[in-house]
Design a binder for this molecule. Structure first.
Ligand SMILES: Nc1ncnc2c1ncn2[C@@H]1O[C@H](COP(=O)(O)OP(=O)(O)OP(=O)(O)O)[C@@H](O)[C@H]1O
Ligand SMILES: [Zn+2]
Ligand SMILES: [Zn+2]
Length: 835
């Protein structure tokens, strides 16, 4: 047999499958998706098998092919379906295939440690019992294998095959049955966690006899045996036993020395949600609108038909309930479901709703888990112990094989785009994956992205099917929104960051003991340090960007290169002492609140207060228990939260995003305002929203205030059409960087020229390139990062032309410069951030 392998070097010259001979002893273990070790030049590398064939590849002499050295996992970490998806990603996003494959597996698997096979004793015992019942003759090799593994605690596949020659078929079937499992060896802690566990070795009668024979002076050993007997000879963790009996581990060890018991390392599952009980919830009777949506989606599920639904439902319309019930349907059809939510809204409230409905059938994947916890959750998926996964972006790669449904909540969120290589968009990957699997996709949002709405319009090809929910599930109206012009406030002599109406509204809520959510949008508005005397702004010496002030460490930091310096007490330019941090940080809002409303209880949620694990949850629980009057924060407070006593939502400054040089800034502003407004008056008490702004006339703010998505959409689509921006075109951003400006400029211009030439050639050959436009080169908005200057060329194209291929060819033509002249080129397909 012969294998095609993508090796683990993320560089262009090695970005293709290499052919290897599969030695006969490995033939049973190699599958598409297996991780393998291969010789590569003088080195040994890891790689993924992406193809298998009985015949040697044409033109290659089998005698000269090199052979696979080992298979790293007997159960391949990737499915053939995911391997195909990776190939598609590599072509679409112009990333090395290995980068696409790596992003699909948990970090714990990337560490280069041995994987070992262990026996799952519970499953094994069940199997044995069943076999006995059915009086089947057990396979002696299986018994031997199991017994040996039980004693050893685990072994590498290699060691196993050496010890039991010819046992590959048994190994394989035991793995398939779940009797054996492969785990990453402990080495670096991040892998499997184990605990020393006490196992009684003797049957009850013998143990009792042994206990009776223990002399009185060894009372503690007697206690140990007594405890085990009382406990029905159940194994128990060493730590628990010593604690219960108040003894030292040495007592237990000496008992082990007598042959009564044994101590073994046993895997402990790290379930970050263990020890927490979730109240089981039952499906709610659906409203008419929900029912109609549910029926349409189930239609596709029942038929096993791939279809993309765009579920546009106002805030509080009960989208989550629809998700829960469509997932239930999906499970009834014996298929699996993936739910993607933005990292920021992967709140305990959200997790609770899914755990409450599906219990242990749910795995949760988010970035606050440790590598080990993520790995454990991932294995629960790979072992088919769960059928629902909820997680951020990368959960789209959950290794399911019977995928029926992918739900993307808040589909407009820019965090679905990964900003480092592979720069994929989870929405597009989900649609592609679902297409191959014949699964349905539901994109949910109150404020869908222009791209998705357009795709549901006839103009956009009606690729998505629009489903709408226009009223709130609990019958409440959307809260009235009042826009306050801060310029007028200033003219009227109010220099505070709170307008008169917002001030009054807060006071009222405090009086009525209702709750308040305050949003301070800090994106693009970081706290920077400026001298009031001369206007000097502290900038990074290596990047063209202002330094950000960090309150907790009293330092100034660069968010691009990590440069840090101590807070300054005097201006380095003019020596003035009037140098201070600017920008309305949440901290400053908090200070002002406390000054204006003595005794007010504020919970502040921003990057500074939520770095600690579990912090999010702590704050939200406190707020839910009404231990605070105000929840003040950045985007984190805008999404998904559902608190019945919140009757006021205030936005401190609505226009901070509007001023960014990005064609999506109006869209982002509209989305954020609509989302945060949706937190008010969701249950019984009516809500109110106050938006402070310096540009009340801007259509994104006016439309959000009127809850008028259609008005926003019409104006915004017109703008996009006039300027030829997405969704009327697609973009590929190519950023070049170099330490010397003249060289960078020359190379950037040459690249732009090359792109145009290639497009013209493609056009002449009739192979696309029709609506292919090259803008630039121009200096990037952040013109220098880490002492490297940056230019960009923007490719704008329409239709599914050969754009990606043309860009790839052009970039490849500069490979020489990249290799020899320290030029860097990075390509971003469908960019979300234009920095
Ligand atoms: N059919 C129903 N019957 C009764 N209550 C419902 C029903 N559907 C949803 N709800 C309740 O309505 C509230 C809002 O629902 P949910 O949070 O699912 O809305 P959403 O559309 O996801 O909102 P958002 O986009 O603002 O996060 C919740 O408290 C939910 O329990
Ligand atoms: Zn100064
Ligand atoms: Zn820097």
């Amino acid at each position: 047999m012969y294998a095609k392998v993508i090796v683990d070097i993320p560089a262009r010259p090695t970005d293709r499958p290499f052919d290897y001979d599969v030695p006969p002893e490995l033939a049973d273990c190699v599958e598409i998706g297996s991780r393998v070790e291969v010789p590569f030049g003088p080195r040994v590398l890891h790689g993924f098998v992406v193809g298998l064939a009985e015949q040697p590849p044409e033109g290659l002499d089998p005698g000269k092919m090199r052979a696979l050295r080992r298979v790293l996992d007997l159960t391949p970490p990737l499915t053939p379906e995911l391997v195909r998806l990776a190939a598609w990603m590599s072509a679409k996003y112009l990333c090395p295939a290995t980068a696409a494959l790596q992003v699909m597996v948990p970090a714990a698997l990337k560490a280069k440690y041995d994987r070992v096979v262990v026996l799952r004793e519970d499953v094994w015992a069940q199997r044995q019992a069943k076999q006995e019942q059915e009086t089947l003759v057990p396979d002696p090799l299986r018994l031997e294998l199991a017994e040996w593994l039980r004693r050893k605690g685990g072994a590498t596949a290699e060691a196993l095959l050496e010890k039991f020659p010819g046992s590959a078929p048994q190994l394989k079937s035991m793995l398939d049955e779940g009797v054996l499992e492969e785990v990453q060896r402990v080495q670096d802690r991040m892998a499997v966690k184990t605990a020393l566990t006490v196992f009684p070795l003797l049957p009850e009668a013998e143990l009792r006899a042994a206990m009776d024979a223990v002399p009185a002076r060894a009372q503690k050993q007697k206690d140990v045996l007594a405890f085990l007997l009382e406990n029905g000879l159940e194994p128990i963790r060493l730590s628990e036993l010593t604690q219960r009996l108040d003894i030292t581990p040495s007592v237990v060890k000496s008992a082990a020395g007598k042959g009564w018991i044994e101590l073994r390392e046993v895997e402990v599952q790290r379930d970050p949600y263990a020890n927490r009980s979730y109240k089981r919830t039952a499906p709610l009777p659906l409203t008419a609108e929900q029912q109609a949506v549910y029926d349409t989606i189930s239609g596709a599920l029942d038929a096993g038909r791939h279809e993309v639904f765009l579920l546009q439902g106002v805030t509080g319309s009960g989208k989550t309930e629809v998700y829960l019930q469509t997932i239930k349907r999906c499970l009834e059809l014996d298929k699996e479901a993936i739910v993607l939510v933005p990292e920021i809204s992967l709140t305990p409230q959200m997790v609770e709703r899914f755990k409450g409905r599906f219990g242990d059938d749910v795995a949760v994947l988010h970035s606050r888990l440790s590598h080990g916890e993520r790995y454990d959750e991932w294995r629960r998926i790979a072992r088919r112990e769960v059928r629902v996964v909820i997680g951020a972006r990368s959960a789209v790669f959950a290794p399911f094989t019977k995928l029926g449904l992918i739900i993307i909540d808040e589909e407009h969120e820019s965090s679905y785009k990964q900003e480092e290589s592979p720069k994929y968009h989870a929405r597009d990957v989900a649609i592609r994956r679902a297409g191959e699997a014949g699964a349905a996709v539901v994109l949910g949002s109150a404020t869908p992205s222009l791209e998705s709405v357009f795709a549901a319009l006839p103009d956009g090809g009606s690729r998505f099917k629009l489903l709408e929910m226009r009223t709130r599930a609990l019958g409440r109206p959307l809260p009235p929104v009042r826009v306050v012009d801060m310029r007028a406030e200033l003219k009227g002599g109010n220099r505070s960051m709170f307008s008169v109406p917002l001030h009054k509204a807060i006071a009222e809520r405090l009086h009525k003991k209702e709750q308040i959510v305050l949003l301070l949008n800090r994106r693009g508005y970081a706290t920077f340090v400026m001298c009031r005397t001369c206007g000097y702004v502290s900038g990074c010496p290596h990047c063209d960007i202002a330094l950000t002030y960090h309150q907790s460490s009293r330092t100034l930091r660069c968010h691009y290169c990590g440069y840090a310096e101590r807070e300054r007490t005097a201006c380095p330019d003019c020596g003035s002492e009037h140098i201070r941090h600017f920008g309305t940080g949440t901290q400053r809002v908090e200070e002002e609140l406390v000054k204006l409303f003595p005794g007010i209880r504020v919970i502040r949620m921003d990057v500074d207060t939520t770095t600690e694990k579990g912090a999010h949850e702590k704050w939200l629980t406190m707020f839910g228990n009404k231990q605070a009057d105000v929840l003040l924060g950045t985007q984190m407070v805008a999404k998904g939260l559902d608190f019945p006593d919140v009757t006021l939502v205030g936005v401190i400054a609505a226009d901070t995003v509007l001023n960014l040089p990005d064609f999506r800034s109006a869209e982002r502003t509209f989305q954020l305002l609509t989302q945060v407004a949706g937190r008010a008056g969701r249950h019984v008490l009516p809500g109110e929203v106050i938006v402070q702004t310096y540009t009340p006339e801007h259509y994104s703010i006016a439309a959000a205030a009127g809850h008028d998505y259609e008005a926003f959409l019409a104006t915004e689509l017109e703008h996009r059409r006039a300027n030829g921006y997405p969704p009327y075109s697609r973009l590929i951003n190519i950023t070049l960087s170099h330490e010397e400006v003249p060289k960078l400029l020359r190379l950037s211009e040459a690249l732009a020229l090359k792109l145009k030439e290639l497009a013209a050639e493609a056009r002449n050959r009739g192979e696309g390139g029709a609506a292919f436009e090259v803008l630039g080169p121009v200096a990037s908005p952040i013109a220098r990062i880490k002492d490297r200057y940056r230019f960009r060329c923007m490719v704008k194209y329409r239709g599914d032309s050969a754009a990606s291929r043309i860009v790839r060819q052009a970039v490849d033509a500069f490979a020489e410069h990249v290799a020899k002249e320290k030029l860097q080129i990075s390509v971003d397909v469908d960019p979300q951030l234009l920095m």
